[in-house]
Design a protein around this ligand. Sequence first.
Ligand SMILES: [Zn+2]
Length: 85
Amino acid sequence: MTIYWERCDVCGYYSPVKQCTLFQNLLVDAKCCISCLKRNECPRPVWRVEAVLEKPAQPRVASPEERRKLLMELLGKLSSESRTP
Ligand SMILES: [Zn+2]
C-alpha cells in the first residue's frame, strides 16, 4: 500500500494520505478517514485506528528518566572531551 505525503482532499492539509477505498478519486489522511461519516459503509477503511494511535513515524517523547540519562551521557562526553587536550 502506498502512502503519499500530499494534500488531503477532505481537509486540505498536507499530511500522509492514502487513496480512499470508498471514493477512489479521493486522497484521505488518517484523521479524516477515521472521522469519516461513511466509515460504517466502508468495506475497508485505508487508515486503521491503531496505525494512527501508534504513529510510528513520529518521534517518541522521552520519559524524564530517559532525558536525564541522555543528558548525563552528553555531559559525560563533553567533560571527557574537554579533559583530553
Ligand atoms: Zn484530512
